[in-house]
Design a binder for this molecule. Sequence first.
Ligand code: NAD
Length: 448
Amino acid sequence: MTATQGTASRTHQSETAAEVVGRLRATFSTGVTRSLDWRVSQLQRLRALLVENEQELIEALWADLRKNAAEAKMQEIDFTVADIDETLANLENWLQPRPVEVPAHFGPTTTAYTTYDPLGVVLVIAPWNFPLHLLIDPIIGALAAGNTVVAKPSEISVHTSAVASRLLREYFDPDVLTVVEGGAEETTALLAQRFDHIFYTGNGAVGRVVMAAAAKNLTPVTLELGGKSPVFVAPDADVDETAKRLVGAKFGNAGQQCIAPDYVLADPATVAALVPALRAAVEAQFGTSPQTSADFGRIINERHFDRLTRLLDSGRAAVGGQHDRDDLFIAPTVLTDVDPASPIMQEEIFGPIIAVVEVEDLDAAIAFINERDKPLALYAFTESEAVKARLVNETSSGGVAWGQPVMQLLMTGLPFGGVGESGMGRYHGRYSLETFSHLKGVADVPLS
Ligand code: NAD
């Protein structure tokens, strides 16, 4: 055990959900979580957990998703550590009360300010696709804001969730942070409790279950959901560079990313140039046999494999299309001749298949996007500021990125979250503090 680890590594699986929440609420009620020192020391623990156990965590991510070490380190560990470091560097400043202008008729001695109040006990429910990052990242905000936490990892990413659960128990006082493992049944028991905030990442069907349960207690929720994130490739885009960046962004984690490019919209001439460029880019990145590439991941389980291979029937595999169920492998695939009414355009792909849909022009692309659910991310490849301005002003999405999909996630100064079907609320950096706090207004009118 290192100096940064907690004293007791108890397991709480024998406790009821009510007992867990009651215990964490008792801690919160003492007021201990409010001080800056307490918050900083919790964040330092979280940082130590990640840094001191990097290798074991990377191995678990490989076992679950065949995530290569470099990708696992960057996306699941380094990014999370960077978010902690940014929070540690700024927390004192972020927590300062902010004076507010008071209407003149209150007189010169009246003052007002805003201050961040911790909420209490928060529940973090994580998914399997970035099983470490999406478990730890919300916890950063929850602890920075002075709350106690129940963490519920995904039961599907068995290896990473087991290691992360064990480490969280080792590093944290169980009266500050408790891990509850399990699936729908255990989560349902948790959701029957009163929390002060619920932060859920996953699919929209369960998002609705979470929100309905939260409504019973008027508990605020953050729902980090998914959706079909479109990519508009304008005729002026350099197709080779576009293809290279699209392939890099789309096929990381075998496409199992909430903000992965889902489908491409482009005019027929651009599609004709882009498809061979995508083929070349896939080959440059993963070789002629991606199944043997150490850089290409696997599908999480048979259920998702079967779902994805059914979607291959929605078009023509101009690139890839090969699959091997025993190995949970689906090749990086570009599907052309996709009818907008086909199954692949009705659900989030969430795998290594990108659909290409031909549209006449930018107007048609904007109309296509607006006829569908609001996506988590919108991407475009263009040099034209006018095209970017039209896309950002005439469509709605959780966020946008021009020229480089997915990497916006690493910019912790940007809020990250969805809108409409892609979710509600936002986090990262300062936005995490806001999510897990109540911004309280304080008015002070002198008695004399
Ligand atoms: P998942 O199956 O791991 O489920 C997520 C969590 O919900 C798990 O902890 C699980 O135990 C719990 N859960 C499942 N069924 C439940 C039920 N009936 N009641 C209560 N809890 C239940 O992950 P998933 O949903 O397959 O994740 C993939 C989805 O998540 C995709 O749609 C993806 O786009 C989205 N996602 C969004 C983000 C984001 O940041 N916006 C990030 C990653 C994934």
